[in-house]
Ligand binder design. Structure first.
Ligand code: RP5
Length: 167
C-alpha cells in the first residue's frame, strides 16, 4: 500500500512533479504516481481515488495547471488530506491554477503550496510531515534533512565571513 498517492493532470506536468517525487524518495516514502485529469478522464480519476482510499493511502498530492480542478475533485471524494500544486501554463501564467486550487468551498480544503517547482518540492515535504505524525523513523529522517540544510547555511556564512562569497 502506498502511503502517498500523487496525481498529475497531464504528462506535460511530469517534469515539475518529479521534484515532489524526488523528496518522497529521499525520505524513503512509499508512493504511487498516476496521470488523471478532472476534465479529460473524470472516470479514471474517480476510480483511482476510490482504489487508493480503499488501499489505505494517507495523503493525496495533486498537480495541475489551467483551471486546476484536479485537487478539488480529489478533495470532494476523500477525507484524507489533499495537497494541491498549482502549475503555471497558458495565458494567465498560473494565476488561474493558483486560485482554483486554493479557493475551495468550506469543508473541502486543499492545502495549496506555491506554484511550480517550489510548490512541487514543498508538497513532498508537507506530505512527509503529515505522515511523520505517526512515524517516528520518518520524523528522524526529516530532522536529519533539516540539519543538513542548517549546515549549508552555516557553511555559506563562513564563506561570507571569509570574503569568498562576494569576491
Ligand atoms: C491541466 O492542463 C494539466 O494539469 C496541465 O498542467 C494543463 C495543460 O495540459 P496539456 O494540454 O499540456 O495536456 O489539465
Amino acid at each position: 500500500m502506498a502511503d502517498i498517492t500523487v496525481v498529475m493532470g497531464s504528462a506535460s506536468d511530469a517534469k515539475t512533479v518529479k521534484l515532489c517525487l524526488d523528496v518522497l524518495e529521499k525520505l524513503k516514502i512509499d508512493y504511487t504516481c498516476a496521470i488523471a485529469s478532472a476534465h479529460r478522464t473524470p472516470d479514471r480519476l474517480e476510480k483511482l481515488i476510490a482504489e487508493a482510499d480503499r488501499a489505505g493511502t494517507k495523503v493525496f498530492i495533486c498537480a495541475a495547471g489551467m483551471a486546476a480542478h484536479l485537487a478539488g475533485a480529489v478533495a470532494a471524494r476523500t477525507i484524507k488530506p489533499v495537497i494541491g500544486i498549482p502549475l503555471s501554463s497558458g495565458a494567465l501564467a498560473g494565476m488561474d491554477a493558483l486560485f482554483s486550487t486554493a479557493q475551495m468551498p468550506g469543508g473541502f480544503p486543499v492545502a495549496t503550496v506555491a506554484l511550480d517547482k517550489a510548490g512541487a518540492t514543498n508538497a513532498g515535504w508537507l506530505g512527509a510531515q503529515i505522515l511523520a505524525l505517526g512515524d517516528a523513523a520518518l520524523s528522524g529522517r526529516i530532522e536529519a534533512c533539516r540539519a543538513e540544510m542548517r549546515a549549508k547555511v552555516d557553511a555559506a556564512n563562513r564563506e561570507l565571513a571569509e570574503g569568498n562569497l562576494l569576491a
